[in-house]
Write a protein that binds this ligand. Structure first.
Ligand code: ZN
Length: 368
């Protein structure tokens, strides 16, 4: 299913990036012998990119109060941002990805003659890339970042972009983090669901079991056709869903199956909150740093007990899979539900998640 020539992949990427001015092939493909410029500075404007502002999407309750709706984070934006970040010398494909940072493609949803009103959903691309200083050897802290588990929750994508833009920047704290850590980034772990959400597609052949409620569109056509309704309940399945299989296999192979930190980006939610299935992750130095950097974001569980129940099962949740032995053995797995904020606030929050890691890395006596 994932067998494809490099040429075909380049064509797919080039089509997606049709209006993007950079030479993608020249930008992403790097020789391991290329020198890494030591004096390179990255302007914030580097991370700006043009995109069509899609505002006609299903508005989750926590966003309804905003005067300026937050643009939907489309699959095209994932591709453009990945290509842009991928041009930097400290960004490379993960072990499972090809030179265009493509892990694989989804099967798509072909035209069904029994349901002539149902549109076709083209195969979507799954990306994986890593950010680290290639000139710094030794054991590094492993951090996995994932977004778009739930397809209508664009907040998570904006937070991930803000976090990535900071980590990949010339800020001295980012340079330090890249020397100490390796960040594995999976910016769209449910791309057919995201395509469906952005295009407001209701399939009659594979109806969303939750259509018409606030829980609408938490999956993708493949899940719905199998009677499943929630992309964050199927991470322990194997051989059932193509995106789950591709992403879980890639994450395990890319990281070696043992990681330190894990972020699964969701939202919007009121109040904004983060949580972990591991008690220690609620109490560690990173948790303290997070609360200092984002004092308005609630830590779930005691003492207020907000969302205490959602930290535990069912085991098909991604954070629990990441924490499990069969998954990534993540020491500190986290789920983030940022508030119904503006784009700028979401990007800022992503920077703060990275800055909190820097706070931990510079503590006296730290093991970093
Ligand atoms: Zn969610």
């Amino acid at each position: 299913m994932l067998q494809q020539t490099t040429t075909q992949r380049s064509v797919v990427i080039a089509c997606i990036l049709g209006i993007w001015p950079f030479s993608i092939a020249a930008g992403i493909e790097k020789s391991p012998n290329d020198p890494v410029p030591t004096d390179q500075t990255v302007d914030d404007r580097y991370f700006d990119y043009q995109y069509d502002q899609v505002l006609d999407y299903y508005i989750i309750q926590a966003w309804r109060g905003l005067e300026q709706p937050v643009p939907a984070y489309t699959p095209q934006m994932v591709a453009r941002h990945t290509a842009l970040v991928g041009r930097l010398p400290w960004v490379s494909p993960t072990r499972s990805a090809d030179q265009q940072m493509v892990l694989g493609r989804t099967p798509g949803w072909p035209k069904d003659p029994d349901w002539p009103d149902d549109p076709e959903i083209p195969p979507q691309i799954m990306f994986g890339y890593q950010i680290t200083d290639p000139d710094t050897d030794g054991q590094k802290v492993k951090v996995v970042l994932a977004a778009q588990n739930h397809s209508t929750e664009f907040t998570g994508s904006w937070v991930l972009e803000g976090m990535v833009n900071f980590i990949a920047s010339s800020d001295p704290r980012a340079v330090f983090l890249r020397q100490k850590a390796i960040f594995y980034v999976y910016p769209d772990i449910n791309p057919e669901g995201r395509y469906q959400a952005v295009h407001r597609i209701d399939l009659q052949a594979a109806p969303d079991p939750n259509a018409g409620t606030n829980m609408r569109k938490r999956g993708n056509p493949e899940l719905y056709a199998a009677g499943e309704r929630d992309h964050n309940r199927v991470w322990t399945t194997e051989g059932a869903f193509s995106t789950i299989d591709t992403i879980t296999a890639a994450m395990k192979r890319d990281t070696g199956g043992h990681i330190d930190y894990f972020w699964d980006m969701h939202g919007p939610q009121e109040p904004a909150n983060w949580r972990s299935p591991r008690l220690e992750a609620r109490l560690n130095a990173y948790a303290m740093a997070l609360m200092r950097r984002e004092p308005d974001v609630l830590r779930c569980g005691p003492p207020g007990d907000f969302k205490r129940n959602v930290a535990s099962g069912p085991p098909g949740k991604m954070s629990l899979w990441a924490a499990s032995e069969a998954g990534l053995n993540a020491t500190y797995p986290y789920v983030y539900e940022p508030g119904g904020w503006t784009r700028e606030r979401l990007l800022q929050s992503g920077r703060n998640l990275a800055l909190a890691l820097h706070d931990v890395s510079t503590r006296p006596g730290t093991s970093w």
